[in-house]
Design a binder for this molecule. Structure first.
Ligand code: MG
Length: 262
């Protein structure tokens, strides 16, 4: 019995190290090319992804080192109104707030494929109902709206609630925090592609987490989002501004950052 145990203790580390690649990493000459991929499996010559320092440990949603911060709580220098004039939403403490009738705001810079983090809070006290309560919106490429709405105990149509792709895809679940509390959208956005003649090749694809919960699972958008109608795709530039909607409700935003996907 003691002999068997001894053999096990001698052989086990060898097995573990080999199976995890701890000792042996250079497989280049031993493994055949996978015809599906450009690189051999475990190819040591395959370029490594760049190192990115994540946001502050323990605080989800902080910008990683390669993010462009679009709003850090201080000013609207990255933003303008729809006519290119200075944005007139108010900035207080660490957030910006929609000022009714000043219009939607958009980034000065244009974006295509991206990862976007944005935090928002529906207004307190609660005013209005349905689409009239805490309505705003995150418009990717100024065209495709991820709905911002106070959907906490507030009935409206499913494809218009918070985290819906407006008029197209309800969220998979309602992950809303109560009004007044901060909540986050994390969005992976892939722009549409058009051929030379303006025909659609690939639609927009979106993955969305709402407060860390998956709510849009790689949905393919039917076209630009709109109220009460379906709008077909129209060719547009590869990069366009990100915009935030003034729908007349004092919705707040903070900690907005973006990573362009190459
Ligand atoms: Mg909206």
């Amino acid at each position: 019995m003691r002999g068997i145990a001894l053999v096990f203790f001698i052989l086990a580390p060898v097995f573990i190290m080999t199976s995890t690649g701890g000792i042996k990493e250079n497989f280049n000459n031993e493994i055949e090319n996978n015809t599906e991929q450009e690189w051999k499996i475990h190819d040591m010559n395959r370029p490594l992804p760049p190192v990115v320092k994540p946001g502050v440990a323990g605080i989800p949603g902080q910008p990683p080192s390669d993010a462009l911060v679009l709003f850090n709580g201080k000013d609207l220098s990255q933003w303008c109104d729809s006519k290119g004039k200075p944005a007139r939403w108010k900035v207080e403490q660490d957030y910006m707030e929609v000022v009714k009738k000043t219009g939607s705001i958009r980034t000065k810079q244009n974006f295509g494929d991206c990862q976007l983090h944005i935090e928002w809070a529906a207004p307190l006290p609660v005013v209005g109902k349905g689409q009239g309560r805490g309505n705003s919106g995150v418009f990717l490429m100024d065209t495709y709206e991820l709905q911002v709405l106070d959907s906490y105990n507030n009935r409206t149509y499913a494809d218009g609630m918070a985290a819906s792709v407006y008029g197209q895809f309800p969220p998979l679940v309602n992950a809303c925090h109560p009004p007044g509390e901060w909540q986050a959208f994390d969005i992976i956005f892939h722009r549409p592609h058009f051929d030379k003649n303006g025909n659609l090749i690939h639609p927009v694809r979106m993955i969305v987490l709402h407060n860390g919960v998956l709510v849009q699972d790689n949905v393919e958008l039917l076209g630009p989002t709109a109220w009460k109608k379906h709008v077909p795709y129209k060719p547009h530039p590869e990069k366009m501004p990100l915009s935030l909607q003034d729908h007349g409700n004092p919705v707040r935003y903070r900690n907005i950052w973006i990573r362009e996907l190459k």
